[in-house]
Design a protein around this ligand. Structure first.
Ligand code: T4K
Length: 394
């Protein structure tokens, strides 16, 4: 049975039980060097320029364009707005095919701009959209395929491009998780008509809040730039429907400072992944979702699947972890097609996505990032081991 109710689980709180072991979070922000950040904030004060395409935003766009080896990087205030702007700039209409196994923002962004999200099932091996199931969902109304690089693992872009070409569809990618990941020797950010990264505080590379739309298409980049600034082409001249999608300077300061330390963050993420790999390897019933390309990933999410026949269900195990101040998360639960407004608007998907539903019931995300030490990981693995073996013995 699919249960959508979280109320029986301990809600995450900053420190639910005082005087016990430190609370471990999924998604605690990586910290930039404070002095480097302060210097950039000083610069912002000296310029007296706080937003509206300031110097720091422009500098960060140039740095990211070099880093991602993509022609255009347009910074925005978050990835959700970035997806909305991208959908508008691409002129999408009618229906867009996307996986239901994603953060609800992907579906919301499309629905918000008047598109119908059409939910496709996933490949259980990759957790990304299953290209073999896309074609059956294409109708006269379909205008695009929106893949999601879940956990930073690249979508099967060749297969998606081939389908899109045959049916004359646009392709865009939600690359919220995928900053710094590579695919076929190229950085993600270079695929489809455009890609959208999240630079939210919980991400591998962040700007407090923020997003980046990347493209190699000059005209599309220009349109996205206009749209994120109310459609202003120049002072007093509006040429497009627009929105306020601008990134403030203080966010760009965080981005510039964070970029300097990205190699160190990557090294810590890699260390943590390898520590989990070793720590979980001989615990029955739990499986670390493997990184298939150790050189081309950011190791940002530690993804564990719990066997359906384990002595504790995923939710029981999660509760044990929460009781031990280890705030593992159920990304993504429930999947988009089971959340409102989609379950009411489009009930046809409730029985149509078996792999998505199965994965949502067994998946668990564990803490990592620079806030998490090898000792923390030993504690997490030990808690999982003890919880499972205690129940098995009982
Ligand atoms: N597409 C995909 C595939 C996405 O995953 C996302 C966002 C988007 C699109 C949209 O991107 P943005 O519009 O946000 O740029 C968090 C993030 O807020 C969200 O950005 C992210 N995906 C999602 C996967 O995770 P929540 O609702 O889980 O956030 P919350 O408040 O529960 O925080 C997560 C954990 O991080 C908590 O355990 C607490 C910890 N935390 C969080 C913050 C903000 C801290 O320790 N410190 C902090 O400052 O969505």
């Amino acid at each position: 049975m699919i249960t959508d109710d979280l109320r029986d689980l301990v809600p995450y709180q900053a420190n639910p039980v005082p005087d016990c072991e430190r609370t471990l979070h999924v998604g605690q922000p990586n910290l930039s060097d404070r002095a480097a950040f302060d210097r950039l904030v000083d610069e912002m004060y000296e310029n007296r320029w706080f937003t509206n395409n300031g110097q720091l935003v422009q500098r960060l766009e140039r740095r990211l364009s070099e880093y991602l080896q993509v022609k255009h990087v347009v910074l925005v205030n978050n990835a959700t707005t970035g997806l909305q702007i991208a959908a508008q700039a691409l002129g999408l209409t009618g229906e867009v095919i996307l996986p239901a196994f994603t953060f609800v923002a992907t579906a919301h962004a499309l629905q918000w701009v008047g598109l119908k999200p059409v939910f496709c099932d996933i490949d259980p091996q990759t957790h990304c959209i299953d290209p073999q199931k896309i074609e059956a969902l294409i109708t006269e109304q379909t205008s695009a395929i929106a893949g999601v690089h879940v956990w930073g693992r690249p979508c099967p872009t060749d297969a998606i491009d081939e389908i899109a070409r045959r049916h004359n569809l646009a392709t865009l990618y939600d690359a919220a998780h995928a900053f710094g990941c590579r695919h076929q020797g190229r950085m993600l950010g270079n695929f489809g008509q455009c890609e959208v990264f999240s630079l939210h505080a919980t991400k591998f590379f962040h700007t407090f809040e923020g997003g980046a739309v990347t493209t190699n298409d000059d005209a599309l980049a220009e349109k996205i730039r206009l749209m994120k600034n109310f459609g202003f082409e120049s002072m007093d001249r509006v040429v497009e429907l627009g929105i306020n999608g601008k990134m403030p300077e203080v966010c760009a300061a965080m981005g510039l400072a964070s970029l300097e330390q990205l190699d160190d963050v990557l090294e810590i993420n890699r260390r943590n992944y390898l520590a989990y790999d070793a720590g979980l390897s001989d615990i029955p019933y739990v499986h670390l979702h493997p990184q298939t390309d150790l050189e081309g990933t950011n190791f940002h999410y530690i993804v564990v699947e719990v066997d359906e026949d384990a002595p504790l269900s995923r939710d029981e195990l999660l509760k044990q972890l929460h009781d031990s101040q280890i705030l593992a998360r159920r990304y993504f639960f429930p999947a988009c097609h089971r959340m409102e407004p989609y379950r009411t608007l489009y009930p046809e998907y409730l029985d149509a996505l078996p792999e998505t539903d199965r994965l949502c019931q067994r998946i668990m995300i564990l803490p990592t990032g620079t806030a998490i030490s090898p000792d923390d990981i030993s504690r997490i693995c030990a808690t999982i081991r003890t919880s499972l073996t205690r129940r098995k013995a009982a």
